[in-house]
Design a protein around this ligand. Structure first.
Ligand code: CA
Length: 230
C-alpha cells in the first residue's frame, strides 16, 4: 500500500477513468478524475498532486498542451496515455514534458507499476544528498535538479535529468539501453526501448552544439550511450 499520495487522472472515457481510479484507490492512493483538458489544467494548478495520468486525446485543451503547460509550471511526474495508432513521432508525449507513456490498451498492473515506480523515484530524488557534479562544461546539481552547459541553464524534464545524472555518475563509461531503462523506471519492468532513444534525442537537442554531431552524449555502437567530458 502507498502512503496516500494524490493522483490526478485526466481521462474522458468514463469506463477507463473509473477502472484507473478504482485500481489506484485500491492501492491506497487518493485519486481525483477529470474528463477534459481544461479541468485537467485547472486541477493541476489548484492542487498539489504527486502524479498525473493524462490521456492525450481529451476534449477541450488538447492533452499535449495540458502536458506542456503543466510541465512549464511544475515538476509533477506525468504519465501519458496514448493511442496505439498515434503518429509515431508524437507517440510518446515525451517531447511535451511527459515522464513516461503507456499505450492503450494497457494492462492495469502495468500502469500501476509505472505509477509506483515514478512515485518511488520522486521520493528518492527528494531525499538525494546535495551533490554537484561536473563533466567537462556540463554541471549537474543533483539535489536541485538543475543542469547547465558552460553556465547556460538547461531545461530538462525529470526523466532527462535522471538519465543524464546516471551517465554523469561515470563519465566515459558506456551504459546499455537496459541500464538506462532500469534506472529510469527504477524497476526490472521492461519499458519501451524507444523511450530511451527519444530521451537521448531530446537531451542532445539541449546539450549539444550540433545535435547531429554529438560530442557530449555519444552513441557507443552495439552497446548504448556514454557521456564524454568536453
Ligand atoms: Ca480520450
Amino acid at each position: 500500500m502507498s502512503g496516500g499520495e494524490r493522483i490526478l487522472v485526466a481521462e474522458d472515457e468514463p469506463a477507463i477513468a473509473d477502472a484507473i481510479s478504482y485500481a489506484l484507490t485500491a492501492e491506497g492512493y487518493e485519486v481525483d478524475t477529470v474528463g477534459d483538458g481544461d479541468a485537467a489544467l485547472a486541477s493541476a494548478r489548484q492542487e498539489a498532486y504527486d502524479l498525473m495520468i493524462l490521456d492525450l486525446l481529451l476534449p477541450g485543451t488538447p492533452g499535449m498542451d495540458v502536458c506542456r503547460l503543466v510541465r512549464a509550471e511544475s515538476d509533477v511526474p506525468i504519465v501519458v496515455l496514448t493511442a496505439l495508432d498515434a503518429e509515431p513521432d508524437r507517440v510518446s508525449g515525451l517531447d511535451d514534458g511527459a515522464d513516461d507513456y503507456v499505450t492503450k490498451p494497457f494492462s492495469m498492473p502495468e500502469l500501476i507499476s509505472r505509477v509506483r515506480s515514478h512515485l518511488r523515484r520522486r521520493e528518492l530524488d527528494r531525499s538525494a544528498a546535495l551533490s554537484v557534479r561536473s563533466v567537462g562544461a556540463l554541471t549537474l546539481d543533483v539535489a536541485r535538479h538543475t543542469a547547465s552547459v558552460a553556465g547556460r541553464p538547461l531545461l530538462l524534464t525529470r526523466s532527462e535529468f535522471r538519465l543524464l545524472a546516471l551517465l554523469a555518475s561515470e563519465p566515459g563509461k558506456p551504459f546499455t539501453r537496459e541500464d538506462l531503462i532500469r534506472h529510469l523506471w527504477d524497476s526490472d519492468f521492461v519499458g519501451d526501448r524507444r523511450a530511451i532513444d527519444v530521451h537521448v534525442s531530446n537531451l542532445r537537442r539541449k546539450l549539444e552544439d550540433d545535435r547531429r554531431r554529438p560530442r557530449r552524449l555519444v552513441t557507443v555502437r552495439g552497446v548504448g550511450y556514454k557521456l564524454v567530458a568536453t
